[in-house]
Design a binder for this molecule. Structure first.
Ligand code: SAH
Length: 225
């Protein structure tokens, strides 16, 4: 892993966006049960304040979801850490598909951990902002696409892992078809107020699903915006 450039003061952060603020966020994640040192290290380095509006930057390292425009949110740091940890726990995937780029933060965390990330977002303006952030941070191993991510990215399939960051009523069955047979998918599923995080892993007995706890995500919607 190459270190993130920290010469740019805006990237490094000051005061509420400083390294100390990031360290405090990491301490909160450890208290909340996140154990994977790889995930904690990446989140300790990555400037989350660059993924949200400047007006909210002082809250970037609170353990909370924040608005990113278009009625969407950047996920709570704990949820990003938990989902990433669950995705890489049994094997570090090489190629990962993300559905729901949003701010790009989850994607950037993954890009620091795996070889190649593919991300799909249905709202063009959010995607444009996310791409700008990827460029600014020099994250060159991300390919992104404006589309309905429920369809996955068939031309680039199969993936070693898929992460969905918006909640559908049920698991999108087509996404499992885009995983390798030993692949791993992490996704929130269920109606608002009753969503659960699911992990599905492939093995000798086919797909095995586990419930990882209650979550609250914006809805997985159809079409593009
Ligand atoms: N991973 C994001 C979370 C953003 S919230 C982050 O780290 O910031 C979920 C995102 O999923 C929103 O941006 C929303 O527009 C997007 N989304 C919802 N339905 C989608 C779909 N069918 N295809 C692609 N993106 C979708």
């Amino acid at each position: 892993m190459s270190p993130l450039s920290s010469r740019d003061p805006a990237t490094r952060g000051l005061g509420m966006t400083s390294q100390r603020a990031r360290d405090r966020m990491i301490a909160t994640l450890v208290e909340a049960g996140i154990r994977d040192a790889r995930v904690l290290d990446v989140m300790r380095q990555l400037p989350r304040h660059l993924f949200i509006d400047e007006a909210l930057a002082s809250r970037a390292y609170e353990n909370t979801a924040l608005p990113i425009g278009q009625g969407q949110t950047i996920s709570q740091p704990y949820i990003v850490a938990r989902m990433t940890e669950a995705l890489i726990e049994h094997a570090l995937p090489r190629r990962v598909l993300e559905v729901g780029t949003g701010s790009g933060y989850q994607c950037a965390v993954l890009a620091r951990l795996v070889e190649q990330v593919y991300t799909v977002e249905r709202i063009e303006e959010l995607l444009r902002n996310a791409r700008r952030r990827f460029r600014k941070l020099g994250l060159a191993n991300i390919r992104s696409r404006h589309d309905d991510g429920r369809l996955g990215w068939p031309d680039e399939a199969p993936f070693d892992a898929i992460i969905v960051t918006a909640a559908g009523a049920a698991l999108e069955p087509g996404l499992l078809d885009q995983l390798v047979p030993t692949g791993c998918l992490v996704a929130p599923v269920g109606p608002p107020g009753r969503q659960e995080l699911l992990r599905v892993r492939g093995g000798e007995e086919g797909w095995v699903s586990e419930r990882l706890g209650a979550v609250s995500f914006v809805p997985l919607l159809g079409g593009t915006g």
